[in-house]
Ligand binder design. Structure first.
Ligand code: C2E
Ligand code: MG
Ligand code: MG
Ligand code: MG
Length: 292
């Protein structure tokens, strides 16, 4: 073929963008329909302690698309955010999560479970977020101490003051906060001491190569030390191997989420998973701080 001229490149680029715009518009319409037709579900990924017992779960959104099957959030969250549809979707997530916690609370085997819920910046900035969250907590009858909201550093980029105020409002009602994907954001560490957060969640991108990449190992150790010195809880996501888990434990991180244990799953599957755990790990019926 002939050499690509600058003009052709621009045209090609324009076409690509146009296609992208169209695709996002279609997705936006489908999302609107998906909300009306209740095509969203929550899956739950276990969070484990050092004894190998499940302490809680993270709620992860799935779209049961009529033609494409199960769609992961990365394929539609950004469109949902741009179109504002993340607000009704987020309300669904909060309501479903609270109902799930209430169901767990009713049974002794699951009563101790906490639930981490992802909240994107667009949701948290919405002025109705606090009211809706508190109303949902109240009407569901959930114990708010079981709820942990996962926010990301992108929320903290501007107008920190209003954000902190909102966080305190929820904190005084018993809800706690985790800083998700920690280490991947742009913010400086200076904001950390002003935030009423309870937990840092080490991003999975640092865990992936932590055994072979010295930089990742140093970052992981530093985040754990930071959490310790600020008296924050620490959890690692994306833990896939025993060796990763052991390295984390050696450095003082004793809470884990990842495929080493289980991926996100439907609530019935989670209950089965817990039954299997209880059957094979006697430690899970009592609190254990020792080795496995
Ligand atoms: P996140 O909150 O950082 O969630 C962790 C992601 O890592 C999940 O992807 C999970 O399935 C995946 N994961 C878990 N264990 C492993 C592992 O061992 N290895 C690897 N490679 N990945 C693992 P998922 O479910 O596709 O969610 C992607 C992102 O979408 C989430 O990242 C979160 O930012 C967003 N999201 C999910 N659910 C919601 C929601 O209800 N509301 C909002 N606003 N955002 C959500
Ligand atoms: Mg998360
Ligand atoms: Mg994360
Ligand atoms: Mg993430």
């Amino acid at each position: 073929q002939a050499k690509t001229s600058g003009r052709n490149l621009i045209r090609f680029f324009d076409m690509g963008m146009q296609e992208q715009v169209t695709a996002r518009a279609i997705l936006g319409n489908e999302l609107r329909e998906a909300i009306q037709k209740n095509q969203f579900v929550l899956h739950y990924q276990p969070q484990m302690n050092e004894a190998g017992c499940i302490t809680g779960a993270e709620a992860l959104l799935r779209w049961m698309h009529p033609r494409h099957g199960v769609m992961p959030p990365d394929s539609f969250i950004s469109v949902a955010e741009d179109t504002g549809l993340i607000l009704p979707i987020g309300r669904f997530v909060m309501e479903t999560a609270c109902a799930q916690l209430v169901a767990w609370a009713a049974r002794p085997e699951t009563a101790h479970l906490t639930l981490s819920i992802n909240v994107s910046a667009a949701q948290f900035r919405d002025q109705e977020f606090i009211d809706h969250t508190l109303a949902t907590v109240k009407s569901s009858g959930v114990n708010s101490c079981k709820i942990m909201l996962e926010i990301t550093e992108s929320l903290l980029l501007n107008s920190l003051e209003g954000i902190i105020e909102k966080m305190f409002e929820l904190k005084t009602r018993g809800i706690s906060f985790s800083l998700d994907d920690f280490g991947t954001g742009y913010s400086s560490l200076a904001y950390l001491k002003h935030l009423p957060i309870d937990q840092l969640k080490i991003d999975k991108s640092f865990i992936r190569d932590v055994l072979t990449d010295m930089n990742d190992a140093v970052i992981v150790r530093t985040i754990i030390a930071l959490a310790k010195s600020m008296e924050l809880n620490i959890i690692a996501e994306g833990v896939e191997t025993k060796e990763q888990r052991e390295l984390l434990a050696k450095n003082g991180c004793f809470a884990y989420q990842g495929y080493l244990y289980a991926g996100p799953m439907a609530t019935e599957e989670l209950e089965q998973y817990m039954q299997q755990l209880i059957a094979k790990t006697t430690a899970c019926t009592s609190t254990s701080a020792g080795n496995e």
